[in-house]
Design a binder for this molecule. Structure first.
Ligand code: HEC
Ligand code: HEC
Ligand code: HEC
Ligand code: HEC
Ligand code: HEC
Ligand code: HEC
Length: 499
């Protein structure tokens, strides 16, 4: 089978070889993926992105070579009698070329459609986002898998619908791939709060804001760092909604997202310090500004800063990447396993070992184990002789929890990404609710302990005090610190209790 003379040149040969090899590789990968069920993110990358790119490259090189050869032929460098570029179907060479060209084209168009569909799905998949750049994405990916959104794809929150955000995200993706290949990514990865898609277009696609959530009970077990790991329980009735369903969003925590109110605020770029808040009643048009005079006076908090409308993300900012503090996950471990809670001093020993920053995951694992073992060997050798086995098993569990919540290589811990719900380890709600924001009429944004929740049970596990579901107990701090918890924000002690 002969082809037009213009085909016979080295450039077009090269193009042919490239695309044939790429086709063969693609076929090989497709067979492995679909017939042998190989599920590997790198295989997908080669199949749907890299090999098609080479096929296209080859197919571009072929006509390029033909064009150059043609030009040469025309210029008479190799004079010939043949009439060039005339589509003569009687000529078997032209017929062959046309046949090959159209077959390849049809094949190519179909596979491009299928291929781009596959490529689209692949680049939107959780595996692509979470596993491909695994060195960088591991913290977010691991936290994601342990989150209530483990079945929501990364793209549903980070990209959303519409071509503009799709293109934007692919462009920023290219930049990230570049940084990844050059090894110049920041540790920890910066939070994309500034250019994250607004909650209205992501979260609210699934969570209908007008849906009223009723109040919910939050039952927590804490363990003190003493010999008995004394258990202290607190049950909070969270006032998520208004006191009665019929009242809708007119009260309670989700009042902030009531469509009739608009809350704007100004803050530093990390949004952990807020210094100006405005409420607009959309029905009456009345505006009330609250200011923290002490903060407004600070030069680094410029009055020119743009105000931001409050949405879901201002409270639920870690809906799918929550890194918990050691105190939190050790409490959970002890709450879940009586055996561990029964080992004297275990909370204390674990917190000692978990407070230091480690530089690698491996060194963290060895060090955590060594520190806890040393704690017992030095201070309580008899106990270690008796319960060494249980202690070692408990250490394994501590390490497992550590690996879910801290990623030394990326410098990721709970404190790298503050979570804005609550007020124990970060200021969270107390960024505004601290009795310091004043309106012109002297009203403050309240820190009243019964505004957001009521305590319906609290105390040591063997002597808990209860009250009816509509009642409220006065808060008792688990260890005696006088009135310090009223005067200082909880976070000021709690974010460095175990530093
Ligand atoms: C439920 C929505 C949601 C899903 C699903 C989600 N993310 Fe996020 N992600 C967020 C939000 C919101 C932030 C910003 C957090 C902040 O402002 O503190 C974020 C931040 C990040 C960051 C920046 C670093 C950080 O921790 O703040 C990375 C990286 C990231 N996400 C990766 C992923 C990957 C990979 C997946 C899928 C495996 C994923 N995300 C799935 C909502 C989501
Ligand atoms: C694709 C749908 C989807 C999107 C988008 C989505 N969520 Fe969710 N969300 C869910 C599902 C499903 C659950 C789990 C419900 C359950 O467990 O009952 C959930 C649970 C939650 C919960 C309850 C968590 C808990 O501990 O029970 C919160 C809070 C939440 N989402 C906030 C958000 C925020 C904030 C965003 C935007 C950044 C968001 N969601 C985006 C589907 C979604
Ligand atoms: C003012 C802060 C704030 C804002 C704004 C906010 N939430 Fe919440 N939300 C909370 C708190 C606090 C809880 C209760 C959490 C707890 O029990 O620990 C909660 C609970 C939830 C729950 C779980 C309800 C349940 O009982 O299972 C969902 C889902 C949720 N919010 C979604 C949203 C969505 C979607 C938006 C935006 C439209 C939003 N929230 C805006 C603070 C807020
Ligand atoms: C950006 C500032 C800001 C943040 C952050 C904030 N709030 Fe508010 N909140 C307000 C303002 C302003 C009001 C209205 C004060 C008033 O008019 O008395 C309010 C009112 C409330 C109310 C009373 C609603 C009613 O009328 O029944 C509750 C409950 C509440 N907030 C809970 C929370 C919780 C929980 C958090 C943290 C998850 C939080 N807020 C974070 C600004 C904020
Ligand atoms: C503006 C709302 C708000 C106010 C005011 C408030 N809290 Fe809370 N508090 C919360 C939220 C929201 C949580 C749940 C945190 C979470 O979901 O992790 C919480 C959690 C707690 C917890 C459980 C600790 C934890 O994080 O595990 C205690 C104890 C508590 N609050 C005590 C108090 C006391 C005492 C006061 C008064 C000084 C107070 N709260 C005022 C919103 C508030
Ligand atoms: C003056 C410092 C200080 C302040 C302020 C403070 N705490 Fe504490 N808190 C402590 C100390 C110290 C412990 C004991 C830690 C231990 O034994 O492990 C503790 C323990 C706790 C515990 C149980 C231990 C655990 O595992 O977390 C809770 C719950 C708690 N505090 C809640 C609060 C709340 C809520 C506030 C704010 C309303 C607050 N604390 C303010 C110092 C403080």
């Amino acid at each position: 089978m002969k082809l037009p003379r213009s085909f016979y040149n080295y450039t077009s040969y090269l193009g042919t070889i490239i695309s044939v090899i790429a086709w063969a590789t693609l076929l090989f990968f497709v067979v492995l993926i679909y017939f042998f069920g190989i599920d590997n993110v790198y295989f997908d990358l080669y199949t749907f992105i890299v090999t098609p790119a080479f096929i296209v490259l080859g197919l571009i090189i072929i006509p390029f070579g033909m064009y150059r050869k043609n030009k040469k032929l025309k210029e008479g460098i190799q004079v010939s009698n043949e009439k060039l570029l005339i589509l003569n179907l009687r000529d078997s060479k032209t017929r062959n070329a046309l046949l090959i060209f159209s077959t390849i084209s049809i094949f190519f168009i179909i596979s491009t459609i299928v291929g781009s569909y596959k490529a689209f799905h692949y680049t939107e998949s959780v595996e692509f986002c979470g596993k491909l750049c695994h060195k960088v994405m591991t913290p977010e990916y691991v936290a994601y898998q342990n989150s209530p959104h483990a079945r929501v794809t990364c793209a549903e929150c980070h990209v959303g619908e519409g071509a503009d955000f799709y293109v934007k995200s692919k462009m920023s993706g290219m930049r990230q791939v570049y940084k990844y290949t050059m090894g110049t990514w920041p540790t920890p990865i910066e939070t994309p709060i500034q250019n994250l898609r607004p909650a209205r277009e992501t979260c609210e696609k699934c969570h209908w804001p007008q849906k009223f959530y009723t109040n919910s009970l939050r039952s927590e077990k804490y363990f003190l760092a003493d010999s008995a790991n004394t258990e202290w329980d607190i049950v909070l009735n969270m006032r998520v909604g208004a006191n009665h369903q019929a009242l809708g969003l007119t009260g309670g925590i989700h009042w902030h997202i009531n469509p009739d109110v608009q809350i704007d605020y100004k803050a530093n770029t990390k949004r952990d310090t807020i210094y100006w808040v405005k409420i607009t009643n959309k029905k009456t048009g009345v505006e009330t500004v609250y200011k923290d005079d002490e903060l407004v006076a600070k030069p680094e908090l410029s009055a020119k800063m743009e105000a931001r409308g409050m949405d879901c993300m201002d409270c639920h900012n870690r809906p799918s990447h929550e890194f918990r503090s050691p105190s939190k996950y050790v409490n959970e471990l002890l709450a879940g396993q009586n055996k561990i809670a029964g080992i004297p001093w275990f909370k204390s020993a674990a917190m000692e070992a978990l407070k230091l920053p480690y530089s690698t995951t491996d060194s963290a694992k060895t060090e955590i184990k060594n520190k806890i073992v040393k704690f017992y060997q030095e201070k309580y050798p008899d106990l270690y002789k008796k319960s060494g086995k249980e202690i070692l098993l408990a250490i394994n569990d501590v390490e497992t929890e550590y690996l879910k919540n801290a990623f030394p290589e990326m410098k990721v811990t709970y404190s790298a990404y503050p979570r804005h719900i609550g007020h124990l380890e970060t200021n969270g709600c107390f960024r505004c609710h601290n009795n310091k924001f004043k309106s012109p009429s002297g009203k403050v944004i309240s820190k009243d302990c019964n505004l957001c929740h009521t305590i319906v049970a609290q105390g040591k596990s063997d002597s808990i005090k209860y009250i009816g579901i509509n009642g409220a107990l006065g808060f008792i701090h688990p260890i005696d610190i006088g009135d310090a918890w009223k005067e200082t924000n909880c976070m000021e002690c709690h974010n460095q209790l175990y530093q």
